[in-house]
Design a protein around this ligand. Structure first.
Ligand SMILES: N[C@@H](CCC(=O)N[C@@H](CS)C(=O)NCC(=O)O)C(=O)O
Ligand SMILES: N[C@@H](CCC(=O)N[C@@H](CS)C(=O)NCC(=O)O)C(=O)O
Ligand code: FES
Lengths: 104, 104
């Protein structure tokens, strides 16, 4: 589908991608975590896309099994949500992933 | 106003009150924090009230200065959001407040 191709293109062309919602604190947390480690993620605010937002969220669920935000990709690979990303950071595994994805 | 009286009644009749949204992880966090300390909060899910939800959220802002969820009251007193409540818990100040409010 067109939206599926759109997502695949986005996550392959950008080292770090966050599907987010502007009013969601978990989305804010993951965005500021990336900022803290010196990375500028490519952010898609699903609540600012009109009807396309919920559509993208549905396609993301089909592609990743995750229907929630934030939805995080690094180096084209699906990472998970806020809790998953913070876990990786605390284990010291986030920054190596980011270096590999050439985002630093 | 009617909604204002509704809120004042709710927070005076219930030791712990959380204005929440069902899909919000910060709201879930504060609800499970209270559960962890053995307290059953009175929860109002603003996204399940149809048009009254946004109306209540507006009146809450007028009453508390806070337009976000979760919005937490203990013993009729406005506490704040998720971060504020977690801060109190970590400082050891939450449980004394709860005892005073007769919720334990
Ligand atoms: N553990 C997940 C929780 C994700 C979650 O529950 N996200 C909520 C917002 S905080 C959500 O997407 N709710 C449904 C929606 O907004 O469409 C994470 O850390 O990202
Ligand atoms: N620091 C605040 C953050 C509160 C916040 O930003 N809440 C968001 C949801 S996580 C919100 O209410 N956004 C506007 C809305 O949902 O109406 C807290 O800990 O509660
Ligand atoms: S909407 Fe509240 S944390 Fe995501």
């Amino acid at each position: 589908s067109r939206l599926e191709e759109n997502i695949k293109k986005t996550v392959s062309e950008n080292p770090v991608v966050v599907y987010s919602k502007t009013w969601c604190s978990y989305s804010s947390e993951v965005k500021s975590l990336f900022k803290r480690v010196g990375v500028q993620p490519f952010v898609i605010e699903l609540d600012e896309l009109g009807p396309q937002g919920p559509q993208l969220q549905k396609v993301l669920e089909r592609l990743t099994g995750q229907h929630t935000v934030p939805n995080v990709f690094i180096g084209g690979k699906h990472i998970g949500g806020c809790t998953d990303t913070v876990k990786l950071y605390r284990k010291g595994e986030l920054e190596p992933l980011l270096l590999k994805a050439n985002s630093k």
